[in-house]
Design a binder for this molecule. Structure first.
Ligand SMILES: NC(=O)C1=CN([C@@H]2O[C@H](COP(=O)(O)OP(=O)(O)OC[C@H]3O[C@@H](n4cnc5c(N)ncnc54)[C@H](OP(=O)(O)O)[C@@H]3O)[C@@H](O)[C@H]2O)C=CC1
Ligand SMILES: O=C1O[C@H](COP(=O)(O)O)[C@@H](O)[C@H](O)[C@H]1O
Length: 597
């Protein structure tokens, strides 16, 4: 690829070629290039999405050459004349390389990353540090520039100063850290402007062009701003600051609306200025290492896939907890609540990945097709399958922890849930009747995100007497601890060594810190790199989003219309007892609350 370095560990283009859906992936005849020696591999396929509504062009979604998936220039357009009957047969090898950005003449492309809302919390906490980490790992293209954009007045030096305070280095490479930081900061610039001013974005465009210095320019805009100004920014950026000769992509942060209607309106608004292929809806949980590993675990280990169904799995639990409240984000949170903040996106995305059928390939569209099928096979949530809670003040060890409603930006009578537990069901052949239990809460006793898979009882278990009356305790449980202290462990039964026959429960444990010395990259690093490379696999497609909202919108409306009062739980506790009743309704015990975990 034009801008990768062998040092960058991502190396995603090493994936084997995937055939993809026949209707959309077309094999193009390989034409010898007039200007260069014939290409070594003679098979090309060019994946083409639907026609862009605003012009008579097709968009290339991905390209494959022989055994390698090539860098993609998805927003490049092929003249419609070259795509007859949906077959891109008229694309020459030269054009193919050109579209993929592989031509040596075009190798000198640039990527400009504009962080819109650069003065904000997310930009400082996650985006700039992730960009630096990518730079540190030599994953960014040779020519790249980072621009901060926001209303706050700041000079380049002030931005650099702000950013420098949040940068950290990889543990294993500290030696040249400060040097790398300086080099990175020299690539960071700032432009102050309004979010709805085409003129201000035109000024940004001018500055970007100066840095692009006539090279092929690719532009990525990261919308790290409140959602009410997404459309303004997209409008101005697309009209005044999109790339004239390369791709333009936009990363959109959640929340993507607050129900089906507002989400659809947001999608319509974005699509007035962008096509779906330019929109990268981020769910940072999809970028977490263990969430990425979920498919590897399942699809590359024979021992798991055959067990992955109602035949062997009793229930699946998706658990998120934080040991702090909404501190500082109460204003945002009160308009959304924990169901929208965590369940409808992060936990549901994990569920979809967990439960999907084997995709045709690792191609983004193939994976997202399977995820959307799962979501569309699910029953919309019902009130009787949901428990909500809100944290109240609690004093422990002489320290008083605030109630949710003590936050000055939260109304005193707020009914917004800071905790929720829910039972969900997938009405398909694989998962019929298996409860998928979700639990998410703030201000709980611990910070954790995990997936727990509880397997069925062993039929006719020879050792059942050794387990006493509680046979549930003897079932296998697979735990994928997403964070902290990443691990995958399987609880098994074994004999305690000795002459007697006493059984024990042990963990077969893949503990990442013990197994790998390398630091696990932050989710934002992976996702930013994917967006730069045009890899959409870990981003949410609009139909996935619609299906996700369709599941939660009726429940959210009912909770609000009926003004359901959340069960109060003390700050730092294990959450409302209602969550236990909900689980026991489906003969489930929360795995995170058992003594052994
Ligand atoms: N913070 C987090 O941990 C997470 C945030 N997100 C999402 O990421 C996005 C950014 O989050 P975060 O950085 O916390 O947001 P902030 O509230 O910090 O806002 C980011 C920037 O946007 C500008 N801004 C804030 N409010 C307004 C407003 N009402 N009108 C116009 N501009 C405004 C400010 O810049 P200026 O005044 O300089 O223009 C601010 O620095 C949001 O969509 C959020 O939901 C998602 C997951 C986690
Ligand atoms: O999206 C969000 O995620 C964070 C938790 O992210 P994590 O990576 O730190 O686990 C959560 O605190 C926030 O409320 C939510 O908007």
């Amino acid at each position: 690829m034009a801008f990768s370095s062998p040092k960058c560990p991502s190396s995603r283009f090493a994936l084997p070629p995937s055939p993809g859906p026949r209707s959309r992936r077309v094999a193009a005849a390989a034409y010898p290039s007039p200007s260069r020696a014939p290409l070594p591999r003679r098979f090309f396929s060019t994946r083409i999405s639907s026609q862009s509504p605003r012009n008579r062009h097709w968009r290339v979604v991905s390209m494959h050459e022989g055994a390698a998936t090539m860098p993609v220039s998805p927003e490049k357009e092929i003249d419609l004349k070259k795509v007859e009957n949906g077959v891109a047969s008229a694309i020459s090898a030269e054009e193919h390389r050109d579209l993929a950005g592989l031509n040596t003449s075009k190798k000198d492309s640039t990527v400009s990353i504009t962080v819109v809302g650069a003065s904000g919390d997310l930009a400082k906490k996650k985006i700039f540090p992730a960009l630096f980490a990518l730079y540190y790992e030599d994953c960014l293209p040779e020519h790249f520039t980072v621009f901060g954009y926001a209303r706050s007045k700041m000079t380049d030096a002030e931005l650099r100063n702000m950013v420098s305070r949040t940068l950290t280095c990889r543990i294993d490479k500290r030696e040249n850290c400060s040097e790398k930081m300086d080099q990175f900061l020299r690539r960071c610039f700032y432009h102050s402007g309004q979010y709805d001013s085409e003129e201000n974005f035109a000024e940004l465009d001018k500055k970007l062009k100066e840095h692009e210095a006539g090279r092929l320019s690719n532009r990525l805009f990261y919308l790290s701003i409140p959602p009410n100004i997404f459309i303004d920014v997209v409008k101005c950026a697309s009209k005044s600051a999109s790339s004239a000769n390369g791709w333009t992509r936009v990363i959109v942060e959640k929340p993507f609306g607050r129900d089906s209607e507002s989400s659809a309106a947001l999608t319509r608004g974005l699509k007035e200025y962008l096509v779906e292929e330019q929109i990268f809806r981020i769910d940072h949980y999809l970028g977490k290492e263990l969430v990425e590993n979920l498919s590897v675990l399942r699809f590359s280990n024979l021992v798991f896939e055959p067990l992955w169904s109602r035949q062997y799995i009793r229930n699946v639990q998706l658990i998120f907890s934080e040991d702090f409240g909404t501190e500082g984000r109460g204003g945002y949170f009160d308009n959304y609540g924990i169901i929208r903040d965590i369940m409808q996106n992060h936990l549901l995305q994990i569920l979809a990945l967990f439960a999907m059928e084997t995709p045709v390939s690792l191609d983004a569209e193939d994976i997202r097709n399977e995820k959307v099928k799962v979501l569309r096979s699910m029953r919309p949530l019902q009130l009787e399958n949901v428990v909500i809670g809100q944290y109240k003040s609690h004093t422990k060890g002489g320290v008083t922890y605030p109630a949710y409603t003590d936050d000055k930006t939260v109304p005193k009578d707020s009914l917004t849930p800071t905790f929720a537990a829910a039972a969900l069901f997938i009405d398909n052949a694989r998962w019929d009747g298996v409860p998928f239990l979700m639990k998410a809460g703030k201000a709980l006793h611990t910070k954790r995100a995990e997936i727990r898979v509880q397997f069925r009882h062993v039929p006719g278990n020879l050792y059942k007497r050794s387990f006493g009356t509680d046979l549930d305790r003897a079932t296998n449980e697979l735990v994928i601890r997403v964070q902290p202290d990443e691990a995958i462990y399987l609880k098994i039964n074994n004999k305690i060594p000795g002459l007697g026959m006493r059984l024990d429960r042990s963990n077969l444990n893949l503990h990442y810190a013990a197994r790998y010395s390398k630091e696990i990259p932050d989710a934002y690093e992976r996702l930013l790199l994917d967006a730069i490379e045009g890899e959409r696999r870990l981003f949410i497609r609009s139909d996935e989003l619609d299906a996700a909202w369709a599941l939660f919108t009726p429940l959210l409306k009912e909770l609000e219309e009926k003004k359901i009062v959340p069960e109060l739980y003390p700050y730092g506790s294990r959450g409302p007892v209602g969550a236990h009743y909900l689980a026991s309704k489906y003969n489930v015990r929360w795995g995170d609350l058992s003594c052994e975990h």
